[in-house]
Write a protein that binds this ligand. Structure first.
Ligand code: ADP
Length: 256
């Protein structure tokens, strides 16, 4: 329900959604990597009105020591929504929802990380939602996978995520908060696009088998599009670093 608890028309007579999108249209996604100096890897993701910052540290020595696993690195994730990320001030204390999302996001990324290369270490991911508008776990997963890559952590491939849902009886891609609250179902999906391995599949609400199949296919197709964008962002970052390194290593004119 929206804030005033007044139901709104989710699909107009010409088939468009409240923000003017078609049913199979995702919100525009903007991604950036290497946005924080202090973290080993970082990323920033905007998807519609969502604004999410991700920092990655590690692999580093496990603290406390009993967290250390003898055969691989242990991944930790903290998903947190800033008090100013929602219309009403949200308590900064971790809620049950944030604990659940921290767990599912970690589990969505774990299969991609070659954690066996770094036994007895930890890799920490901090996902800070600065502004939320539905679909933050998916945008968080997409961004965390970029931040892990930016930290130089060896991976089997990137992870990309997208949600589909059902509004006014129709399957729709990438629900906003208002659509999620008033809609009939929401289904976040994360995959490793290189191998099509599904690393996250959740469903809130009800879909028929046929709707599930159609929605899942749409989400997977969108994950592949996001993956192309992720690769472009990483390539641009590494080209910028290469140029910077080459500039520094070029002898200065007076030294020639
Ligand atoms: P996701 O963000 O992955 O879709 P949910 O379905 O749990 O996760 O949440 C949907 C949306 O509900 C969030 O993106 C956010 O906009 C809103 N929301 C979540 N928690 C709160 C809260 N405590 N106060 C206000 N809005 C919230």
């Amino acid at each position: 329900m929206n804030r005033q608890e007044v139901p709104i028309e989710l699909i107009s007579t010409d088939g468009l959604r409240i923000d003017g999108r078609r049913l199979d249209e995702s919100r525009p996604i903007k991604m950036e990597v290497g946005v924080l100096d202090k973290a080993d890897g970082s990323a920033y993701v905007e998807q519609g009105k969502n604004r999410i910052l991700i920092a990655v540290y590690g692999p580093r020595e496990a603290h406390p020591k009993h967290m250390a696993l003898p055969h691989r690195a242990s991944l930790r994730c903290r998903y947190h929504m800033a008090p100013f990320s929602t219309p009403e001030r949200k308590s900064p204390a971790p809620s049950r929802r944030e604990q659940e999302l921290s767990k599912v996001i970690r589990e969505a990324l774990e299969p991609a990380v070659l954690s066996e290369y770094y036994p007895r270490t930890t890799i920490d991911m901090f996902i800070e939602v600065l502004q939320s508008d539905g679909g933050t776990r998916c945008a968080g997963i997409t961004g965390a996978s970029l931040a892990l890559s930016d930290a130089g952590i060896p991976m089997r491939g990137l992870v990309a995520a997208s949600a589909v849902g059902k509004i006014a009886g129709r399957i729709a891609l990438d629900l906003s908060d208002a659509e999620d609250k008033q809609g009939e179902a929401d289904m976040p999906v994360a995959i490793m696009p290189k191998s099509d391995v599904v690393t996250l599949l959740q469903m809130d609400g009800n879909l028929t088998y046929e709707e599930f199949e159609r929605g899942f296919e749409l989400a997977v197709r969108t994950c592949h599009e996001i993956h192309e964008q992720q690769k472009t962002v990483l390539k641009e970052r590494y080209l910028a670093i290469k140029e910077e390194v080459e500039e520094k290593s070029e002898p200065r004119k007076e030294e020639e």
